[in-house]
Design a protein around this ligand. Structure first.
Ligand code: ADP
Ligand code: MG
Length: 373
């Protein structure tokens, strides 16, 4: 249950068929010598919520601008609902756009800002007013239509921008870091509201963020970008639990990377030599490269007793830091520095004061990946 302003029931058209396919085929963008986007292939299915996740400068905004039509591409094709749109101006692509810097008109009221999107599309005056009011209602701002942007909070202004993007019933929504300027609590609330709205309308969304938590919380699929290329794509759990490279593993959260050599690969499973940590069975997604490591997330490392079966090793505790909800322990084990994270409420549950300290993990929580760095 979420306590959001927007509820699915309040959305007219709930249960509508999924719509709005976006497809990029071998799309590139060069700025002089800079390759901002490099032969990108990407599909957003109707009704799907796809997030481009990557560090600053990885080409996310450039990709969005090319889909929206604000930026020409150097090569490739963009299709919306199966039709090439390369020669269409932004207005004729039927996409709702909310960009971080795509501001509201300060001299217009919230309602006039929303209406503007319809005026641009030559919708008659009477109908305009009514549809703009409905769109503001939908984002929980029905009573604030008369206010100017400066009389609204940051979160309310972004809701107006969202209403403006939705009011002309677009095929799909493009959202580029729309919550970046909001504080954490408001951002989380908006995340839930946007998800509710998207599901209710059955509309596809191409979303951009550099925040891995936001990507995990919102997406059906995460597309991880680096240097203008896609480095991995999959459901949030897939990319978090099965990163193909150390870069992806580290970008998506804290992890322990233990260099290894491969002893044997059998489909989804491999046996690796972890040096001081011995031989271990790990999960394998078939990543291939020169050097390998095993990634174990800090929350998957556990204090154990030596007697308990499975992968593990004697360890020495270096430090423990209380982070509020969780505690972070730094350890050394088998010649490696490791991080173990547990809930504060479970603190030290696996530790037996009279026994040697031992850490372990379940085989299905250790992922074989390519060590790039
Ligand atoms: N108008 C431009 N002129 C020259 N280089 C640009 C321009 N816009 C973006 N770039 C470059 O393209 C790359 C990708 O930028 P961008 O798409 O904004 O990344 P992101 O949104 O992931 O932070 C960066 O190296 C950036 O400096
Ligand atoms: Mg950007």
């Amino acid at each position: 249950m979420t306590a959001s302003v927007i509820s699915a029931e309040s959305i007219p058209g709930t249960g509508r068929a999924a719509r709005g396919a976006i497809e990029l085929r071998q799309v590139s963008k060069h700025y002089g010598d800079v390759v901002a986007v490099d032969e990108l292939d990407l599909t957003v299915q109707p009704g799907e919520f796809v997030t481009l996740l990557g560090p600053s400068g990885s080409g996310k905004t450039t990709t969005m601008m090319m889909v929206a039509g604000f930026e020409d591409h150097s090569a490739g094709t963009v299709l919306i609902d199966g039709k090439p749109v390369d020669s269409l101006p932004p207005r004729d692509r039927n996409l709702g756009v909310v960009f971080q810097n795509y501001a509201l008109f300060p001299h217009m009221s919230a309602l006039e800002n929303v209406e503007f999107a319809l005026r641009m599309r030559k919708v008659p005056r009477e109908e305009r007013r009514q549809r703009a009011e409905e769109a503001l209602d939908r984002v929980g701002l029905g009573k604030m239509g008369g206010r100017k942007p400066r009389q609204l909070s940051g979160g309310q202004q972004q809701r107006v921008a969202l209403a403006r993007a939705l009011v002309f019933n677009p095929a799909a929504l493009l959202l580029d870091e729309p919550m970046a300027a909001l504080d954490k609590r408001l951002r989380e609330q908006m995340q839930e509201e946007i998800k509710t709205l998207q599901k209710g309308l059955g509309i596809s969304v191409l979303f951009v963020t550099h925040d891995q938590d936001e990507a995990m919380a919102m997406s059906d699929r995460i597309v991880v970008m680096r240097d203008g290329k896609i480095v991995q794509s999959g459901a949030p759990e897939e990319v978090y639990n099965h990163p193909l490279t150390d870069w992806v593993a580290s970008f998506l959260g804290d992890t322990n990377l233990i260099p290894c050599t491969i002893v044997e690969r059998n489909g989804e499973e491999a046996v690796v030599d972890l040096g001081g940590l011995g031989l271990a069975k790990v999960r394998d997604r078939g990543a291939s490269g020169e050097n390998y490591a095993v990634s174990i997330r800090p929350e998957h490392l556990k204090f154990r007793t030596r007697a308990s079966a499975g992968n593990g090793c004697a360890a020495t505790l270096v430090s423990s830091t209380n982070l509020g909800a969780t505690v972070r322990h730094r350890l050394t084990a088998g010649g490696h520095e490791l991080q173990l994270r547990e809930l504060s409420s479970d603190r030290g549950a696996g530790i037996r004061p009279d026994e040697e300290l031992w850490v372990g993990w379940d085989a299905d929580k250790a992922q074989l990946l390519v060590l790039e760095s």
